[in-house]
Design a binder for this molecule. Structure first.
Ligand SMILES: [Zn+2]
Length: 59
């Protein structure tokens, strides 16, 4: 069963699996979590590439 969490925009209770907030129409918790995950994945790749580049430059 979905948990209710407060919307970050309007503060109303929203299911944590909601794609958008039914109260204000902003992006819901599930979509925000997905965005965070993709941002973290992107940053992890960037760090990985920089480390590889540094190893190549200094070896
Ligand atoms: Zn809202």
């Amino acid at each position: 069963m979905a948990q209710l969490v407060p919307c970050e925009t309007c503060g109303n209770a929203v299911a944590d699996s909601a794609q958008i907030c039914p109260h204000c129409g902003d992006v819901g918790p599930a979509e925000k979590a997905a965005q965070r995950r993709s941002t973290i994945t992107c940053l992890a790749w960037l760090v990985f590439v920089v480390i590889i580049a540094l190893i190549i430059v200094f070896s």
